[in-house]
Design a protein around this ligand. Structure first.
Ligand code: GSH
Length: 199
């Protein structure tokens, strides 16, 4: 039995969706980021990084969205979540890496700037850049990355783009984003293709 640690409205949604869609037996434990549960001693013992999501597997703990998503894909080959062949697989990993290491970090500059700077003026400056940086990410995802059936599961890899980059964050910035008809950038838009992806 797996245990999945999540916070509502966080990037944990992507893995949560895949756990449900693959019919995995798991227990979900809420660690509320708004309530500060991710900084509690008990949770920090589990994940000293103090981040969500965490997946407790029979082999040990897993952190980092791309690793957790790939673990679910690898343990459910019948679900066809990871495409076949080195190049399609590398493209799928490129998508997850971009969301995790670029888009998510761009959004983190809104509320987590203190990780990188301490002067109030620097924090203000970082916050001010968030809409443009997220718009760049959305435009890049819209045009350059593959959103085809078969990439992280049919009919759309919806769980990955909207969730690994924090649906709440994208939604908060939605008015500043360029039109992205190929990129389902809010949870409600994806609800019809991935029914468990409801806010
Ligand atoms: N690189 C990590 C990032 C995880 C992460 O930053 N998660 C956010 C929630 S979306 C979090 O735990 N935030 C709490 C904090 O930054 O203190 C991943 O992809 O899993």
């Amino acid at each position: 039995m797996l245990t999945f640690y999540f916070s509502k409205g966080s990037s944990a949604l992507a893995a949560h969706i895949l756990l449900i869609e693959t019919g995995t037996a798991f227990t979900a434990t809420e660690i509320s980021i708004p309530n500060g549960d991710h900084r509690n001693t008990a949770f920090l013992r589990r994940n000293p990084k103090g981040r969500i999501p965490v997946l407790d597997t029979p082999d040990g703990l897993l952190t980092e969205n791309p690793a957790i998503l790939e673990y679910i894909a690898a343990t459910h080959p019948e679900a066809g979540l990871l495409p076949k062949g080195p190049y399609p697989q590398a493209r799928a990993r490129a998508l997850c890496a971009y969301l995790c290491a670029t888009a998510h970090v761009a959004f983190a500059h809104l509320h987590r700037g203190a990780r990188w700077a301490s002067k109030e003026a620097s924090l203000d400056d970082m916050r001010a850049r968030v809409p443009d940086n997220l718009a760049d990410c959305a435009a890049h995802l819209e045009t350059d990355l593959p959103f085809s059936p078969g990439l992280w599961g049919p009919p759309l890899p919806s769980a990955i783009p909207i969730s690994s980059s924090s649906p709440a964050g994208w939604k908060a910035q939605a008015s500043t984003l360029p039109p992205t008809p190929n990129l389902p950038n809010t949870a409600p838009q994806c609800a019809h293709v991935r029914p468990c992806n409801r806010p």
